[in-house]
Ligand binder design. Structure first.
Ligand SMILES: [Zn+2]
Length: 592
C-alpha cells in the first residue's frame, strides 16, 4: 500500500487496466461481443418457453455481459475525465461506447420478450423461488408494459422523435448555450456565458449580483419567442404521448420511472408547500445577517462573510474521516481506503474535467472519486458528498449487477447524509461565530434550493402542462404563472422584479425531462428525515441505515425503506425532515 503525498493525490486506475494500450482492453471488448452473440443465439425467440431455473441462468449471463461490456467503457470514462485532451483516452472512450451499445443492442430482445410474456406466466415466474433475487428486476422491467405500443408503432415513434421532441430539445440547448450576457465586471464590460453569469449571482459584490441577474433575465427574454415555442411544442408533445399510451396522468411516466405512487409524491409536494414559511424565515434571517432592508431576488445566493478560510487537503480528509468515524467506524474505514489505495483524484489539473463525481463502477470493482479540490469550505463538503456516494456503492457491491445501482429517489441518500455528518462535526469544532454562521447558511441554502425551489418548479410545470392542453400559451402567460409560484414560495421575504418573470426560460429540466425536479426535493427531504431518525434513535439506527445502503436496487425504494421501519406513505415521516430544517434555522438565528 503506497501512501501518496495527499496534496498531489492522483487515482490509480491499474485495478482496471494497466494503460490505454493494455491488450486486455481489446480482449474484454471481444469477449463481450462474443457473449452477446452467444446470448442471442441461445435465447432469441425462446425466453417465453423457459422455466424459472433456465430463465435465472439466462439473466445471470446477461449480468455477466454487464460486467464485461462496461468494464472497458468505465476505464475509458475515468481516463478521459482525468485528461480530456488526451487523444488515446478520447479514442478509447469512443470505441468502448460503440462496442457497449452494439453488445446491448444485440440483447435488446431480452427486455422486449420478457415484456410480452402473458400476465399469468409472468406472475408465476415472479413467485418462483429460483428467481427470488431477480424478482424486482423482472417486475421493474415490466412496469411500462401496459403503456407500450405495438413494435411498429414504437419504431415509428422513436424515429419521429428525432425530428420532433429531440429536435426541439436540441434547439433549446443551442439557442440558450449561444446566449452571451454583457456584464460589467471590475470596470470592464465582458460578454459572459450563461454559466459564468450565473456564478456571479453568488458574488459578495451586491451590484455585480444585480447586474448579472439583470443581464441573464434580459438575455433569456431576448430569445423568449423561440424558447417559448420550444416549451409549448414539448408540452404538447408530452400531452399527445400520455394520451396515446393511456397514462392516467401527465406526471405518471415520471413517477413510474421512480417506482413511486402518485399519491405519495403529491403528499410530499403538499407537505413542502405547507412549509414554505420555513424558506421565508431563512430569507429574512439572511437579510438580517447581510444587513439588507430590501433583500431581493439577486441576494438569495449572496455569501455571508466568514467562509473565506482556506482548508488544506490533509485537514479536509481528516475532518471528513472523523465525521464518518463518529457516526460509524466502518464507514470511516471504507472512506480511508479511497485515500490509501488511491481511488481518488483530488486536485485540479489542466485538461481534467471540472466538478466532482463518484463513479460506482460495478459489483466486481471498487468505486472511484474525482474532485477538483480548491481549499474552500464548499470543497470539503463536496469531498464528504462524494465519499458518501463511495461508501454507498462500496456497500452495494454485495448485489449482482442488475441490483447494484440505487434508484433515482435513493441515489443521493448517502451523499447528502454525509454532508450533514460533516456539518455537525464542523459546527462542533468551529469556535468562530462568523464561520459557524456561514457554514449553517450554506447548508440551509442548499436545502432551500433543493427542497422548496424544486417543489415550486414542479408546481409551475404541472400548471403549465395543464394549461397547454387548452391551447398555445403566450410567453407572458407562462411568465405570469411563474411569478405566482415564486410569490407563493417567498411571500414578502424576497423582493421580486418584473425581470424575474423569465426565470423558467433558463431551466433546462423543463425541456429535457418532464416533472423531474420533484426528485431532488424527495431525495433531500428523505435524508433530512433519516437524519432526524438518527438523532432521535442514535446507535440502533446505524445498522438499519447500513442495510439500506447495502440493498442497491434489489427492491422498490418504498419497500427497501419499509424494511428498515420507514413508511413513506406516512406524512409524519416527511414532517421529520422539516423538523431537522427548523432546528438548523434555530441554530442559525442564534448566531445572528
Ligand atoms: Zn451526488
Amino acid at each position: 500500500m503506497n501512501q501518496a503525498p495527499q496534496e498531489t493525490l492522483h487515482w490509480d486506475l491499474t485495478d482496471l487496466y494497466s494503460s490505454p494500450d493494455d491488450s486486455r482492453l481489446g480482449d474484454d471488448m471481444g469477449r463481450a461481443a462474443a457473449l452477446a452473440e452467444q446470448i442471442e443465439r441461445s435465447y432469441r425467440g425462446r425466453l417465453s418457453s423457459l422455466g424459472a431455473v433456465d430463465l435465472a441462468e439466462a439473466i445471470a449471463l446477461y449480468e455477466r455481459l454487464i460486467e464485461l461490456a462496461y468494464r472497458p467503457q468505465m476505464y475509458a470514462q475515468l481516463l478521459f475525465a482525468g485528461q480530456t485532451t488526451d487523444e488515446k483516452a478520447q479514442a478509447l472512450l469512443d470505441r468502448s461506447r460503440r462496442e457497449t451499445t452494439e453488445a446491448f443492442n444485440q440483447v435488446k430482445f431480452f427486455e422486449v420478450e420478457l415484456k410480452k410474456l402473458p400476465e399469468e406466466q409472468f406472475k408465476a415466474l415472479l413467485e418462483a423461488p429460483g428467481l427470488a433475487s431477480y424478482r424486482h428486476f423482472l417486475a421493474a422491467m415490466r412496469r411500462f408494459a401496459p403503456y407500450t405500443l405495438s413494435e411498429a408503432e414504437e419504431q415509428i415513434s422513436e424515429l419521429k422523435n428525432l425530428t420532433g421532441r429531440a429536435a426541439f430539445s436540441q434547439l433549446y440547448t443551442e439557442v440558450s448555450s449561444r446566449l452571451r450576457i454583457p456584464v460589467e465586471v471590475e470596470g470592464k464590460s465582458k460578454e459572459l456565458t450563461v454559466a459564468e453569469a450565473r456564478a456571479l449571482r453568488s458574488s459578495p459584490d451586491r451590484e455585480l449580483r444585480r447586474r448579472a441577474t439583470d443581464g441573464l433575465m434580459h438575455a433569456f427574454e431576448g430569445q423568449g419567442h423561440v424558447l417559448n415555442f420550444c416549451f409549448n411544442t414539448l408540452f404538447q408533445d408530452h400531452a399527445v404521448e400520455v394520451k396515446l399510451r393511456g397514462y392516467p396522468s401527465a406526471c405518471e411516466p415520471t413517477y413510474l420511472e421512480d417506482e413511486l405512487p402518485e399519491e405519495l409524491v403529491e403528499r410530499l409536494l403538499d407537505t413542502t408547500e405547507r412549509h414554505y414559511p420555513l424558506a421565508q424565515r431563512f430569507m429574512r434571517l439572511k437579510a438580517k445577517a447581510l444587513q439588507l432592508s430590501d433583500f431581493s431576488s439577486h441576494d438569495v445566493l449572496a455569501p455571508l462573510p466568514g467562509s473565506e478560510r482556506k482548508v488544506p487537503f490533509e485537514e479536509a480528509r481528516e475532518t471528513v474521516l472523523e465525521a464518518f468515524r463518529k457516526f460509524e467506524p466502518g464507514f470511516a474505514a471504507i472512506a480511508r481506503e479511497f485515500f490509501e489505495r488511491r481511488w481518488i483524484d483530488a486536485m485540479p489539473q489542466p485538461g481534467k474535467r471540472d466538478g466532482a463525481f463518484c463513479s460506482g463502477m460495478l459489483p466486481s470493482l471498487h468505486p472511484y472519486v474525482l474532485l477538483n479540490y480548491n481549499h474552500r469550505i464548499e470543497d470539503v463538503s463536496t469531498l464528504a458528498h462524494e465519499l458518501g456516494h463511495g461508501v454507498h456503492f462500496y456497500l452495494s457491491r454485495r448485489n449482482t449487477p442488475v441490483n447494484f445501482w440505487a434508484a433515482t429517489p435513493m441515489a443521493e441518500t448517502a451523499s447528502v447524509f454525509a454532508e450533514l455528518l460533516l456539518m455537525k462535526r464542523l459546527l462542533e469544532a468551529e469556535k468562530d461565530r462568523g464561520a459557524r454562521r456561514s457554514l449553517l447558511s450554506l447548508r440551509i441554502e442548499d436545502i432551500v434550493a433543493t427542497v422548496f425551489n424544486q417543489v415550486s418548479y414542479t408546481r409551475w410545470e404541472q400548471r403549465a402542462h395543464a394549461r397547454r392542453e387548452q391551447g398555445v400559451l403566450p410567453l407572458e402567460e407562462l411568465a405570469k404563472l411563474w411569478m405566482e409560484e415564486r410569490r407563493r414560495l417567498y411571500g414578502d421575504s424576497v423582493q421580486l422584479f418584473p425581470r424575474d418573470r423569465f426565470g423558467w426560460l433558463g431551466i433546462g429540466h423543463f425541456v429535457h425531462y418532464r416533472f423531474y425536479c420533484y426528485s431532488y426535493a424527495l431525495g433531500q427531504l428523505l435524508v433530512l428525515a433519516l437524519f432526524r431518525r438518527y438523532e432521535e434513535e442514535g446507535a440502533p439506527f446505524i445498522p438499519r441505515y447500513q442495510e439500506l445502503l447495502s440493498s442497491g436496487c434489489s427492491d422498490t425504494p418504498q419497500r427497501l425503506l419499509s424494511r428498515i421501519g420507514i413508511e413513506l406513505e406516512d406524512s409524519s415521516f416527511w414532517e421529520r425532515g422539516f423538523h431537522t430544517l427548523s432546528g438548523l434555522l434555530d441554530e442559525f438565528e442564534a448566531l445572528i
